[in-house]
Every structure is written in C-alpha cells, then in structure tokens.
Design a protein around this ligand. Structure first.
Ligand code: FES
Length: 146
C-alpha cells in the first residue's frame, strides 16, 4: 500500500471525498522547518520556500521547534513581504491547522487570514504575529514579544 492509498483509506471513514482531496493537497504542499533558534528569535532560510526542481515558491512554511509551545506559520507574499503567525487560536487556545491561504481551528471552527486577522468566529480577536526582518537570504522572526 503506498502513502496515498494509506491516507485515503485512513481518512475516508471520517471525511467526505472532497475533504480527502483537500487534506491530500495540503499535505503535499506543507513544508516544515525547525529554523535556527537564536536568543531573540528564530531564523529560517528563504530557500526553504522554493519548491524543488522548479522556480515556484510555497505559500507558507510551518516552523516547528521544540523550544516553541506552538508552531509559527510563515506566509510568503513576495521576496520582501512575509507574515509570521503564532498558531494558537485566540478563542480557547487550540493549535490551528493551515488550509492554504488561511488558518482554521479544529476545535470550534474559527478562521484567520494569512496575516492573522480573524475572519470567522467564535474567536473575536486576531492571532499573535511577529515582526519579520529580511537579512540577505534569511528571515529573522522576532520572538521577543512571545
Ligand atoms: S479554540 Fe479555536 S475556535 Fe475555539
């Protein structure tokens, strides 16, 4: 059984066919990075947004590091424009999922756009975001406000 078959068989029992396609699509494009932890923040290489053997860029990278309680989703809008969003729901603190251009909470369904702005409740406030500084080929995510 290959990976796609395994995921399809595992997910079909609890999800509809269109949801399975969405999950497979999201899995295929999600890139995880641990980043490089510094005293005041975390650094990721801009090259991590590049899709192998193409000149295309990923919409986002999820930074997971054992020093962080929640992951950070880093969206790329252009070579000079990124957002870094703390993936903890503003409603009751669940970890969010990335669904392409937006973040969604599996607990009660709140949704946020790719700048961290709440677009669908029950959450009534935006997500925590961090300043991103570009230094040559690296992004510095400033975590001093965590
Ligand atoms: S914890 Fe996210 S919507 Fe309730």
């Amino acid at each position: 059984m290959n990976r796609k078959d395994f995921i399809l068989r595992s997910c079909t029992a609890c999800l509809g066919a269109s949801s399975v396609a969405t999950v497979l699509s999201a899995c295929a494009t999600t890139k995880f990075s641990t980043g490089k932890l510094l005293k005041d923040g975390i650094v990721i290489d801009k090259q991590e947004f590049l899709i192998k053997e193409s000149d295309q860029h990923r919409l986002y990278i999820v930074v997971r590091n054992e020093a962080l309680v929640f992951p950070i989703c880093v969206y790329r809008f252009s070579d000079q424009d990124y957002s870094a969003i703390w993936m903890q729901c503003a409603h009751q603190g669940a970890e969010l999922n990335v669904a392409g251009e937006y973040l969604q909470c599996p607990a009660h369904g709140s949704e946020y756009d790719n700048r961290g702005k709440v677009t669908n409740g029950p959450a009534d406030s935006n997500l925590r975001t961090f300043p991103v500084t570009i230094n040559n080929n690296e992004l510095f995510i400033d975590l001093r406000k965590i």
